[in-house]
Design a protein around this ligand. Structure first.
Ligand code: SF4
Ligand code: SF4
Length: 187
């Protein structure tokens, strides 16, 4: 008799738990879904999210302040200076080490390195996680124009200086000749 009771009790428990489960399912069935079809769709990302960095390269002055502030040395940069202008070789950030602490962002005097909202670090090889943040290599077009203009101005200035020096030397020569002929008259 106990076994028969147990049998019916089990049937009742099964039906009851199924009904409870279906009630929860039914409650959510007509609600708007909160899931999105990633990566085709994405949930909005808060502005202060600390994702993959981005660099406003035109503003960067290669001062190394961000690299020095990084507690785990994951920023390295290389640029050649042409007077005031920069020729960029690389600006790498190693995401194998980065802990997204944002300490590199605050000391930047030009406010040109930022934490972005991109988060997908999907690569096939770990070495690919050493990202180059440069958007272009070499010199920016306007930097090249500025450099050329500065060189031309320098050439003009040097030519004017040379002309002035030549004029001065000619005046001095004329003076010497004049005084030489005067001296001859007295003798
Ligand atoms: S977020 Fe932190 S760990 Fe990553 S590069 Fe900046 S300072 Fe270094
Ligand atoms: S601190 Fe700013 S300006 Fe200086 S190297 Fe880093 S990104 Fe460039």
């Amino acid at each position: 008799m106990v076994r028969v009771n147990r049998y019916f009790q089990d049937i009742w428990d099964t039906l009851k738990s199924t009904m409870i489960g279906m009630r929860i399912t039914g409650k959510y069935l007509l609600r708007k879904p909160i899931t999105v079809q990633y990566p085709d769709q994405r949930l909005p990302i808060p502005d202060r999210y600390r994702g993959i960095h981005y660099l406003e390269q035109e503003k960067c002055i290669d001062c190394l302040a961000c690299a020095r502030a990084c507690p785990i040395d994951c920023i390295e940069m290389d640029a050649i200076r042409h007077g005031k202008e920069l020729e960029w070789v690389s600006f790498t950030l190693d995401y194998q080490k980065c802990m997204f602490c944002e300490l590199c962002v605050y000391p930047c005097p030009k406010d040109c390195i930022h934490m972005g909202t991109e988060f997908a670090l999907v690569v096939e090889d770990r070495s690919e996680l050493n990202y180059d943040l440069l958007s272009f290599k070499g010199m920016a077009v306007d930097a090249r124009v500025r450099m050329r203009e500065a060189e031309e101005k320098k050439k003009i200035k040097e030519a004017a200086k040379a002309a002035k020096a030549a004029e001065k030397a000619a005046d001095e020569n004329d003076g010497e000749k004049g005084s030489g002929s005067d001296g001859g008259g007295e003798v």
